[in-house]
Write a protein that binds this ligand. Structure first.
Ligand code: NAP
Length: 239
């Protein structure tokens, strides 16, 4: 087991990449703290982890609330006494439309979820990681955070900014033995609303398990190796 005795906070653990990462990390021996808004899904995940004889806890959290995110870190510490990994998977496109049809509230929701939530979570865990002099933070970036794509401008902007946030934090935290990686992912066969591609395209996309494996690799690097950014793409599709 590659993560025995390690503690991982995973946001967005109720579905998609976060869920697959939680299952994989638990199988690899990590204690998983599963965070997202849908309590029922988190409870189901924690039950699945327990059924495999592994350990997981559900802490319902809205990442757009700085208070809830701070409570997530505080509760993890009081339960387990350490935080080794923060995997920021919470995010989503939310709406596809021309720019003039995005309301202020929709813009803010996309930015708050995909960008501010990562800032809140990082700020909440870093003091403990500094005390430990060890930590790994993985952010779920996107190909459209490298190349702008029409009709998802808030999401594209948030993921571009996330790349900058990740790069800045990677440099700032490295002296404390805390490493930050932005996984720049192509399209994943996850929820994908409101895009809803057809089945034949879905079959050619990355799977959530592929992405979870990439995140596991980032969390188990040899001490001589660092990966600030990890681009991953489906083999046959440039999306
Ligand atoms: N799918 C793709 O093609 C693709 C490509 C590149 C990058 N990504 C990124 O990969 C990450 C995971 O997405 P996915 O594809 O696995 O989609 P997904 O299945 O829709 O998962 C998104 C997760 O984010 C959580 N979430 C959304 N808003 C939240 C909030 N305010 N507070 C807490 N959790 C919240 C959702 O849980 P609740 O609704 O229960 O809160 C859900 O668990 C996202 O950051 C996404 O932008 C996806």
């Amino acid at each position: 087991m590659k993560l025995k005795g390690r503690v991982a906070i995973i946001t967005g653990a109720s579905s998609g990449v976060g869920y697959a990462t939680a299952r994989l990390f638990a199988r690899e021996g990590a204690t998983v703290i599963a965070a997202a808004r849908r309590h029922d899904r988190l409870e189901h995940l924690v039950a699945e982890i327990a059924a495999e004889g592994r350990q997981g806890f559900s802490i319902p959290t809205d990442v757009t609330s700085p208070g809830q995110v701070q409570r997530l870190a505080d509760q993890t510490l009081s339960l387990l006494g350490r935080i080794d990994m923060l995997i920021n998977c919470a995010g989503g496109v939310m709406k596809i439309s021309p720019v003039e049809q995005f309301t202020d509230a929709e813009w803010r929701a996309v930015i708050d979820t995909n960008l501010s939530g990562v800032f809140y979570a990082t700020r909440a865990v870093v003091p403990q990681m500094k005390r430990q002099r060890e930590g790994t933070i993985v952010n779920l970036g996107s190909r459209v955070g490298r190349v702008g794509v029409a009709n998802i401008s808030p999401f594209s902007a948030a993921k571009f900014a996330l790349a900058g946030l990740s790069q800045s934090l990677a440099q700032e935290l490295r002296p404390y033995n805390i490493f930050v990686t932005n996984v720049v992912s192509g399209m994943i066969n996850a929820d994908l609303a409101p895009l809803n591609p057809d089945e034949s395209l879905r079959r050619r996309l990355l799977t959530t398990e592929d992405v979870a494996q990439a995140i596991l690799w980032v969390c188990t690097l040899p001490p001589s190796l660092r990966v600030d950014e990890l681009p991953i793409m489906p083999r046959q599709v440039d999306l």
